[in-house]
Design a protein around this ligand. Structure first.
Ligand code: FPP
Length: 246
């Protein structure tokens, strides 16, 4: 029987974020080139998006390309960019059918023009969709995001648009790439690595962390269900005591 039936649909995480790791090692284990690992990873992207929509998860954010990933061999970067273009083209109809709204966070201007064009096209075409927000983190780094937000806020203070006293959690939130998205409830990282790797440092302040040994291309719906069930068993105290939660 599928683990899906054990999920409490009333206690779903509002926002799931995933560090999709292990494409390269998956390929290596099979004697394949890394590019095939990434290609196979796109299948896991599709099945995971569809599973989240079906369950009713409102927000899914995927770490697809970090600011640091630009330092990978040129050919690998090119492959990843090409895969993005093909996936966006291929998946646009399914996103419409499932009422998925696409967003992107990160330094989007750094992406090749062709990727930007495809991305903006799908973002525009899906902007009225309401079932789930799918956010792709592309050329994304959390420190870079925080530096950007700080610059914008300082600029507003300098120009007397806001006063220093007005700086609070919410104001900082509104200057991050993720403005308007809820905080992350569940962060999943595949491939056995137990690191955050500069991903949504601000937004995961109270997230439950879930690490699995499974490489991203092997990540199936059952693995997602397992992560959600594990999340639902945890007591989220947000700094309070167990008794206070009762
Ligand atoms: C990490 O594996 C994965 C990436 C850097 C890229 C993730 C990209 C995809 C899954 C495909 C395209 C994405 C979308 C949204 C269509 P790794 O290469 O670091 O693996 P390794 O640690 O085993 O080398």
């Amino acid at each position: 029987m599928s683990l899906k039936t054990s999920i409490d649909l009333k206690k779903l995480p509002r926002h799931i974020a995933i560090i999709m790791d292990g494409n390269g090692r998956w390929a290596k284990e099979k004697g394949l080139i890394r590019a095939l690992g990434h290609e196979s990873g796109t299948t896991s992207v599709r099945t995971t998006v569809e599973a989240c929509v079906e369950l009713g998860v409102g927000n899914l954010t995927l770490f697809a390309f970090s600011t640091e990933n630009w330092n990978r061999p040129k050919l690998e970067v090119k492959t990843l960019m090409q895969l993005l273009i093909t996936s966006l083209r291929k998946e646009m109809n399914t996103m419409q059918k499932n009422s998925v709204q696409l967003k992107a966070i990160g330094n989007i201007n750094h992406l090749p023009e062709k990727v930007q064009k495809e991305l903006l096209h799908v973002i525009e075409a899906t902007k009225e969709n309401t079932k789930m927000i799918l956010t792709l983190a592309l050329s994304y780094g959390s420190r870079d995001e925080i530096v950007n937000a700080t610059r914008q806020i300082c600029d507003k203070v300098k120009n007397n648009i806001i006063s220093i006293e007005k700086i609070d959690d919410e104001l900082i939130n509104q200057h991050l790439y993720t403005r308007n998205l809820p905080d992350v409830d569940l962060l999943i990282r595949t491939s056995g690595e137990k690191r955050i790797s500069n991903f949504m440092l601000w937004q995961i302040a109270y997230a439950e962390l879930y690490f699995t040994e499974v490489f991203w291309p092997d990540f199936k719906n059952e693995n997602l269900y397992e992560a959600i069930i594990n999340y639902q068993k945890r007591e989220r105290r947000f700094g309070k005591t167990t008794d206070q939660l009762k």
